[in-house]
Design a protein around this ligand. Structure first.
Ligand code: FRU
Length: 430
């Protein structure tokens, strides 16, 4: 496949396999994106943390592999913090350590434990902590620690999953080394597959800092809303010990097929809550052709909570940095009619995909059937949306191999890979 088909605005490594975003963090003017990476090939394996940085979340510079797999274990997903108060003793107050908290996955598949690595040169070179692991329940599956300094607890708080038990366990620590269990949150109803990649974070409702709600993300695979991998979330409160969900309604972050294992940045400036997901689906990630890497990320998105129709609703939109970046970013007004209406995007090879609204089901959708590989998958991906007969906006970000929809100000999102196009997609109403 030609280099021209490489995503232009979505992060992808220069070569090889990539999956989940890891250790998203802002430090000294740069956003750091670490990611699940095979340094030696274009299939999943030899899992290590790749690394890229950006000052604007759009233009990324890939750096050398940050944390490499060892003879005994792979470096699975996790998070990163900057230890400003030197609670670990790994750095200095004048030059704090960046600390990665990741799952060490034993190569024989028998054990997953949580371990640390640290860097005192802004994430370029890393030492694995000699006291590893820092959290070992002697479990085969126990992974994806997301750690942040929690201001309610005045401590580091880790969210980590027991995948087969549909459980997120919360631990706290003063030094990232000794961890104490706080509580567990489970929801066994309506879940297939396993839980992965949790993230717990606060957001101000309607921008009011006195009205804080906590959001808990869990990625689910398989069992996503459109099949395969998907991300669910809960809204509730954090009381320093437990996450108390307002309800156990199943809410999906995205109704497309290709947004998985996403988490939010630590320490983003101006209190922004910025999210990136892996733009792929485990159901077919291994057979999607390379371009030339295998795997890319979603566009970074800013999250907020807004009251819509009396309900606190998670809203997501592309980060403001995409304005003027050259990315294809178009907003269409859809006026509901008796039948389906929307926009068809075509390219010079005669491929096309549709975005639209179906009044009979009250759904917005992407139909990628005419721009999809010879790979088995669903092609029609719809999200509930009641237009109430009134015109509404759909914002569409297209890159050569993907489409991302943000409906009615970002309250619904659909993210889908499409067959890459060598020419830009051009839209026309139908
Ligand atoms: C999610 C996941 C994680 C794991 C990583 C391994 O896509 O399965 O649970 O840590 O990928 O690459």
């Amino acid at each position: 496949m030609s280099l021209a088909l490489r995503p232009h605005f979505h992060f992808a490594p220069a070569r090889n396999w990539m999956n989940d975003p890891n250790g998203l963090i802002f430090y000294r003017g740069k956003y750091h994106l670490f990611f699940q990476y095979n340094p030696e090939g274009n299939q999943w394996g030899n899992m290590s943390w790749g690394h890229a940085t950006s000052t604007d979340l759009i233009n990324w510079q890939e750096l050398p592999v940050a944390i490499t797999y060892t003879p005994t274990h792979a470096i699975f997903s996790g998070s990163a913090v900057v230890d400003y108060f030197n609670t670990t003793g790994f750095g200095l107050l004048e030059n704090p350590a960046m600390v990665a908290i990741f799952t060490a996955h034993q190569h024989d598949g028998l054990r997953q434990v949580q371990s640390l690595a640290y860097s005192t040169d802004e994430g370029l070179t890393w030492q694995q902590y000699e006291g590893n692991p820092v959290l070992d329940l002697e479990m085969k599956d126990f992974r994806d620690p997301k750690v942040v300094w929690n201001t309610v607890n005045e401590a580091w708080v880790m969210s980590v999953v027991k995948p087969h038990e549909y459980t997120v366990a919360f631990y706290q620590s003063q030094d990232l080394k000794q961890w104490e269990l706080l509580s567990e949150f489970s929801n066994k109803n309506g879940t297939d597959g396993v839980w992965e990649c949790p993230d717990l974070f606060p957001l101000a409702v309607d921008g009011d800092p006195t009205k804080i709600k906590w959001v808990l993300f869990v990625s689910v695979n398989p069992g996503g809303v459109t099949g395969g991998s998907g991300t669910q979330f809960f809204i509730g409160d954090w009381n320093g010990k437990e996450f108390v969900a307002d309800d156990l309604i199943t809410r999906w972050l995205d109704y497309g097929r290709d947004n998985y294992a996403g988490v939010t940045f630590c320490d983003a400036p101006d209190n922004r809550r910025i999210y990136i997901g892996w733009m792929n689906n485990w159901e077919y990630a291994k057979v999607i052709p390379e371009n030339p890497a295998r795997g890319s990320m979603t566009i970074p998105r800013e999250l907020s909570l807004t009251t819509i129709g009396g309900k606190v609703t998670l809203v997501q939109n592309p980060v403001k940095e995409i304005l003027g970046s050259g990315i294809s970013d178009q907003t269409f007004v859809i006026t509901p009619s008796e039948t389906k209406s929307g926009i068809r995007f075509t390219n010079e090879s005669g491929k096309s995909f549709d975005i639209g609204y179906d009044p009979s089901t009250q759904e917005v959708y992407v139909d990628r059937s005419a721009a999809w590989y010879e790979i088995e998958s669903t092609s029609m991906h719809a999200a509930p949306f009641d237009a109430d007969g009134k015109p509404f906006e759909i914002r569409v970000i297209t890159d050569f191999g993907s489409v991302e929809l943000f409906v009615a100000g970002g309250r619904v999102s659909i993210t889908d890979l499409v067959e890459p196009s060598a020419t830009p997609w051009s839209p026309a109403p139908f």
